[in-house]
Ligand binder design. Sequence first.
Ligand SMILES: [Zn+2]
Length: 177
Amino acid sequence: MMSTCPFRVGTGYDIHRLVPGRPLVLGGVTIPYELGLLGHSDADALAHAVTDALLGALALGDIGTHFPDTDPRWANANSLVLLGHTMALVMAQGFEVVNVDASILAERPKLAPYLAAMRERLAEVLQVAPTTVSVKAKTNEGLDAVGRRAAISVHAVVLLCRSAQRLPLSPDQHREA
Ligand SMILES: [Zn+2]
């Protein structure tokens, strides 16, 4: 029996290694820094954590099953495109985003100057106002891999609400839909 409660909550977590010779992309924003995140796609840990939170809210699996890192289509992919595919799935299930809250853990660089741009990029893809997308940044107090500047990790939570109508998913929006 389908729940009459209109809300679904999901959490997402991601971590990528910081290495030389890669761009640092978070929330679709390229940040000037001597290191970047290593991954099959652009390794945008913020976009990945939010994607996993969306999928988790609707119990649709995780980012690895939808966008496997063995698939050449996602090599160096813009992760906002992956997030957009996932948002299309959410809308096809009859849901919309109420709000997002994310925390980036990074010892360096200072991310404060870029947080507003990240919120705007994410909000555009999620089809909500930037005021409903929170992106926070903090250090790991020098502890663990994040504290050694060997990695950046992200935690994210999303709340979804059933929307008035289901939007049809076009066949090209997602091959697994
Ligand atoms: Zn990732």
